[in-house]
Design a protein around this ligand. Structure first.
Ligand SMILES: CC(C)(COP(=O)(O)OP(=O)(O)OC[C@H]1O[C@@H](n2cnc3c(N)ncnc32)[C@H](O)[C@@H]1OP(=O)(O)O)[C@@H](O)C(=O)NCCC(=O)NCCS
Length: 332
C-alpha cells in the first residue's frame, strides 16, 4: 500500500536586520547597481549574533506557524530533517536542538542534512519516501541558514550573494479527500565539481589554525562563473527529469520554485525550459541566497500571498555546493 503525501503546512522566519547593497558598498568596493544587475539582489537579512536568530531559533519560529497552518501539535511530528550548512553546533545536530525548543517529547528521529542549497529538497524527497511507505506520518523539513557567519565579509565576490533565513514545510500522509500528492522526485550529486564552492578549513582534515584566521582562509570560497554554468544546465535538466517521471509537460506546471542563487541563473533556466516567467517564484531581491532556506521561503511566501493555491502543480528545483541537486514535482 502506498499513501498519498501532502504538504500540510509551511512557515518562514527571517532576521530583523536588513543589509542593503548600499550598506555593503561601505564594507567592500562594490555598488548597488553592480550587485543588482549581476544578481537581482537588493538586500539580505543578517542574524543577530547576540541570540534569538540562530538557525534553530529561526526554525522554531517558522515551525510554530507551520504547525498552526497544518493544524498539528509538536508531538504529531514523527521526524525532523534539518537542512543546513550552518548548524548551531557541531554536536548535537540542530534537528535535536529544534526538537527540544519545540517541546517535542515523543523522541522523534532528528537528523541534519548537509546538502548545501539542495538541503531542503533532499529533505522533502527523503521524507516523502518514508511517508508513502507508511514508515512515518508527519515529517518537519527545515532549511535554515546563518550564512553571515561563514561569509568572508572582505571578499566582494561572495559576500554580496548570501543572507540568513529559514523556511519549513510539514509534509505528511494525505488523509483528506483531495488530490494533493508528491508526483515525482529527483536527487543527485556530482562530486567532480566540489571545488567550485567549498569551505575546506575547519573540518577533520584541516582544523582551523591562527594562520587560517589571520589569512581569512576558513570562510566559504566560490568560483562564481563555474557555478553559474553548472547551475543553469542542472536546473533545466532536473525539471525535465521530474516531468518525464510523472509523465507531465512543462505546460502542466503552475509554479516553478527555483533555488534563489542569482536572478540570471533563474532567468537562463527559465529560457532553457521555455517556461512563462510569470510562473516563476522569485524573492532573491529581498533575501539573497539563503542556501537550504530559499526554496521553502519562496514557496511559503507565494502561498501566503495567494499565488500558489491548493491543487496547483509546483516544481521545486535546487542545486548547491557538492555539487548536490534535487527537484520535486508535487500537487500542492
Ligand atoms: C558571483 C557572480 C555574481 C559574479 O558575476 P560575474 O559576471 O561572473 O563576474 P566576475 O566574477 O567574472 O567578475 C567580473 C568583474 O567584476 C568584479 N567584481 C566581482 N565582484 C564584484 C562586486 N561585488 N562589485 C563590483 N565588482 C565586482 C570582478 O573583480 C571582475 O573585475 P575584472 O573584470 O576587473 O577582473 C556570478 O558569477 C554568479 O552569480 N555565479 C553563481 C554563484 C552562485 O550561484 N553561487 C551559489 C551556488 S548555490
Amino acid at each position: 500500500m502506498e499513501y498519498k503525501v501532502k504538504i500540510k503546512g509551511t512557515g518562514m522566519f527571517v532576521p530583523e536586520k536588513i543589509l542593503t547593497n548600499t550598506d555593503l558598498s561601505k564594507m567592500v568596493e562594490t555598488n548597488d547597481e553592480w550587485i543588482f544587475d549581476r544578481t537581482g539582489i537588493r538586500e539580505r537579512r543578517i542574524s543577530n549574533t547576540e541570540g534569538g536568530e540562530f538557525p534553530s531559533d529561526m526554525a522554531y519560529n517558522a515551525t510554530l506557524d507551520a504547525l498552526k497552518d497544518a493544524n498539528l501539535e509538536p508531538n504529531d511530528i514523527d521526524m525532523i530533517l534539518f537542512g543546513s550548512v550552518t548548524p548551531d553546533y557541531k554536536l548535537p545536530n540542530t534537528a535535536v536542538v529544534l526538537q527540544q525548543k519545540l517541546g517535542i517529547t515523543n523522541h522523534c528521529a532528528s537528523l541534519d542534512i548537509a546538502a548545501a542549497c539542495s538541503g531542503f529538497v533532499y529533505g522533502i524527497n527523503m521524507a516523502q519516501a518514508m511517508i508513502k511507505t507508511g514508515m512515518m506520518k508527519n515529517i518537519l523539513v527545515v532549511g535554515s541558514e546563518m550564512l553571515s557567519r561563514e561569509v568572508n565579509w572582505e571578499d566582494r565576490g561572495t559576500c554580496i550573494l548570501f543572507g540568513d533565513g529559514c523556511g519549513v514545510s510539514i509534509i505528511g500522509r494525505n488523509e483528506d479527500a483531495d488530490e494533493s500528492d508528491i508526483l515525482s522526485v529527483h536527487l543527485g550529486a556530482d562530486g567532480t565539481g566540489s571545488e567550485f564552492f567549498d569551505q575546506p578549513i575547519g573540518g577533520a582534515i584541516h582544523p582551523i589554525t591562527t594562520d587560517h584566521l589571520e589569512n581569512r582562509t576558513h570562510f566559504m570560497q566560490m568560483k562564481g562563473r563555474e557555478m553559474f554554468k553548472v547551475a543553469t544546465r542542472t536546473l533545466a535538466q532536473n525539471a525535465r527529469t521530474v516531468l518525464e517521471k510523472a509523465n507531465l509537460k512543462l505546460e502542466d506546471v503552475d509554479w516553478l520554485v527555483p533555488h534563489q542563487a542569482n536572478i540570471r541563473i533563474i532567468e537562463t533556466t527559465g529560457k532553457l525550459l521555455g517556461i512563462d516567467p510569470e510562473k516563476v517564484i522569485i524573492n532573491i531581491d529581498k533575501y539573497a541566497n539563503t542556501s537550504a532556506a530559499t526554496v521553502p521561503m519562496a514557496f511559503h511566501e507565494a502561498i501566503k500571498d495567494g499565488r500558489i493555491k491548493r491543487g496547483d502543480i509546483v516544481l521545486f528545483d535546487a542545486f548547491g555546493a557538492g555539487l548536490t541537486t534535487g527537484a520535486t514535482l508535487l500537487r500542492y
